[in-house]
Write a new protein. Structure first.
Length: 350
């Protein structure tokens, strides 16, 4: 009867209310990082960055680089749980007439969101005309080879123990590491991981990073990854600023949930950010009071994208942000999130 429906409604409303409370409590206790912890981590990263700049200028004055800088969630107030990682961006300078970029969808690999960088004009400007020719493989600039150059430098020729003792940190390169990473112990029980991320900014503003494609490494070895991070983070922030919304809070809660639940580790910040951006196109109410509703909707949306095996990038819909997951990973993520829909609070138990 009608009273039954009302009771279910009431029950639902009460459950949502308590989820809302639990989400905010989880945010305060597990997600948000104390300001001083963030500041100490940022300072440690900055010290290392300064040392590396000095070292590279002295050791390799003719390597065509722009100034290195730090970036990532630690600098956008989007890091969660612990202040433990940052990226050191290393912008490489390419001669415009010697290198051109080819979108992945126009190559035999057919992967939107990845690019090849081809060496041009070899007949007029023979090998060695460009500093980066040493990283050319089969006519293309190889991100793997670029990483190897930096790896030799960073892991091989920098005296990290000496620098560490001056700065009062314990610094060592992480080996083996896919993406060249430094481990910095900056307090007795605090560690920071700093990733080196060589970066190309093409003429049209496209950012390409030397972060290899996860699957079929051999075949995809020469592919550069397009980075949307700056633009997608800016868009999320701008939307929140327009309406005082809770999108960034929702993102941080979701990031923490994925970080703390091993079964969800494979979901990354970019996938979560884009799912929220896509949701924002359909859903208008992002007030703080709607956090629980939007969080549930985010879970549902993720389940839907996983079922489809496809998550379009909000800034470039042809890019599938799930393209580096195996079928099995897609299934497992989908299953975990589907189960969480009936017990979302289970995700917050740590
Ligand atoms: P978090 O690491 O989950 O807190 O998320 P971030 O938003 O800091 O993203 C960092 C990840 O994005 C790293 O894996 C980077 O390799 C990757 N990434 C892609 N493009 C960029 C970029 O332009 N800047 C930074 N810092 N990271 C990027």
């Amino acid at each position: 009867g009608s009273s039954g429906a009302t009771q279910t409604d009431l029950l639902r409303a009460r459950m949502r209310l308590s989820l809302q409370e639990h989400l905010w409590e989880f945010y305060q206790e597990n997600v948000n990082i104390p300001t001083d912890e963030q500041a100490t981590a940022r300072r440690a990263a900055l010290d290392i960055c300064a040392e590396l700049r000095v070292f590279l200028h002295a050791k390799l004055p003719d390597m065509p680089l722009r100034e290195m800088y730090l970036s990532g969630s630690l600098y956008d107030d989007l890091q969660v749980v612990t202040a433990d990682h940052a990226q050191l961006m290393v912008p490489m300078i390419l001669e415009k007439n010697l290198w051109s970029s080819i979108p992945g969808e126009d190559t035999i690999m057919n992967v939107p969101g990845f690019w090849l960088v081809r060496r041009e004009n070899l007949e007029y400007f023979p090998r060695s005309s460009s500093y980066w020719d040493r990283c050319m493989v089969g006519g293309y600039l190889s991100p793997k080879s670029v990483l190897e150059v930096f790896d030799k430098l960073v892991a091989g020729s920098i005296n990290w123990p000496a620098i560490g003792s001056v700065l009062d940190y314990v610094i060592r390169p992480v080996v083996p590491s896919e993406t060249l990473t430094l481990e910095v112990q900056y307090e007795t029980n605090r560690k920071l991981y700093v990733d080196f991320l060589p970066l190309l900014v093409m003429e049209d503003g496209t950012s390409l990073i030397a972060k290899p494609h996860r699957l079929a490494a051999e075949r995809h070895e020469n592919l550069w990854r397009q980075s949307f991070r700056v633009a997608e983070t800016a868009r999320l922030r701008a939307l929140d600023q327009e309406d005082g919304g809770c999108r960034c809070t929702c993102l941080k809660v979701a990031k923490a949930v994925c970080k703390l639940n091993p079964a969800l580790n494979r979901l990354n910040a970019s996938q979560l950010t884009n799912t929220i951006l896509l949701l924002s196109e359909k859903e208008g109410d992002w007030t703080q009071e709607a956090l629980a509703d939007r969080f549930l909707q985010l879970l549902r949306a993720l389940v839907g994208h996983l079922e489809a095996g496809r998550l379009p990038c909000a800034l470039s819909p042809k890019v599938n942000l799930f393209c580096e997951l195996t079928e099995q990973e897609v299934d497992e993520l989908g299953y975990t999130l589907y189960c969480a829909l009936s017990d979302p609070e289970g995700l917050l138990r740590t």
